[in-house]
Write a protein that binds this ligand. Structure first.
Ligand code: SF4
Ligand code: SF4
Length: 235
C-alpha cells in the first residue's frame, strides 16, 4: 500500500460513492478489533479498519487500485469480532470486483481464465488428469492394507462426490493420498469427476460473480450427471 501523502479535502470526496453497499461500513467506530484479529494485518501496511474508512469516505480509485484488498484472506475473523457487525470480507470482495479484470493479480486472473476454458485452473487435459489420479492410486496400492485400492473416477450413483484443488494433482499429490486413504479406511462410496473437477473457485476470490456461478454450476452438473447427492468441496 502506498502512503497517501497528499492532503485530501473532505468536501471534495464522493461520500455517497459506496452508499448502496450494505456492509454497515458507515457504522465503524474505529475500535480496532478487526485490525487486532486480522491474521494479515500489518502486511504491506494492511489494516482492515483503514480499508473500511476508505470505503466509507468514498475513496474509489484508492481502494480499487490498492493492494490491500488482495492481501485479505477473507477468513472473516474481523466480521466475527466487529461490534458493529460490519461485513468486511464481503466488502473486500466487492472492491475486488470493481477492478479491471486485466489488472486482477496474475495467478488469479490466469487461473480463472484457464478454469473457464478447460475446467481446471491448470489447464490440465483430461487424459493427463486421469493419468495422474491412476498413478497416485498405484502408489497407494503398494502400501500395506491398501492392496485393493483403486480410484473411482466418474462412478455413477456413488454416495459422495469430491472436488480436487489443482495443487493436489500438481505439486501436492501426497495430500491427495491422505484424503483417499481416509475414504478407503472409512469404506466410503466416493468418486471424482474427470471433467470440471476443479475445487477452487477464483470467481469467488476475485469478486467475479458470473465466473463464480459458472464454476459452481459445473459442480452441480457433475452431481446431476453422476446422480450423486452429497458433495465434499474441501476448498
Ligand atoms: S471492528 Fe468494526 S467497528 Fe471496530 S474498527 Fe473494525 S470495522 Fe470498525
Ligand atoms: S477477512 Fe480479511 S480483513 Fe478480515 S480478518 Fe480475515 S484477512 Fe483480515
Amino acid at each position: 500500500m502506498e502512503t497517501i501523502s497528499e492532503i485530501v479535502e473532505m468536501d471534495h470526496l464522493n461520500h455517497a460513492r459506496f452508499e448502496s453497499w450494505h456492509f454497515s461500513q458507515d457504522f465503524c467506530i474505529t475500535c480496532g478489533m478487526c485490525s487486532s484479529s486480522c491474521p494479515v494485518s500489518g502486511i504491506d501496511g494492511f489494516d482492515p479498519r483503514k480499508l473500511v474508512r476508505m470505503v466509507s469516505l468514498g475513496l474509489e480509485d484508492q481502494v480499487i487500485e490498492a493492494r490491500w484488498p488482495w492481501i485479505c484472506t477473507m477468513c472473516a475473523k474481523c466480521e466475527h469480532v466487529c461490534p458493529m457487525e460490519i461485513n468486511i470480507p464481503a466488502m473486500v470482495r466487492n472492491i475486488r470486483g470493481l477492478r479491471d479484470r486485466e489488472k486482477v493479480p496474475g495467478i488469479l486472473h490466469k487461473g480463472l481464465a484457464a478454469a473457464l476454458e478447460t475446467g481446471n485452473n491448470l489447464g490440465l487435459p483430461k487424459e493427463d488428469f486421469v493419468f495422474i489420479l491412476e498413478d497416485v492410486a498405484e502408489e497407494i496400492k503398494e502400501e500395506p492394507g491398501f492392496e485393493d485400492f483403486s480410484v473411482p473416477i466418474d462412478k455413477q450413483g456413488a454416495k459422495l462426490l469430491t472436488t480436487i484443488h489443482n495443487k493436489l494433482v500438481n505439486t501436492h499429490t501426497e495430500d491427495l493420498k491422505h484424503w483417499w486413504k481416509i475414504f478407503h479406511a472409512a469404506k466410503e462410496d466416493w468418486t471424482v469427476p474427470s471433467d470440471n473437477w476443479e475445487g477452487t473457485n477464483w470467481g469467488l476470490f476475485t469478486g467475479d460473480d458470473e465466473s463464480m456461478k459458472i464454476m459452481a454450476g459445473r459442480i452441480a452438473e457433475n452431481m446431476q450427471r453422476l446422480k450423486i447427492e452429497t458433495l465434499m468441496w474441501p476448498e
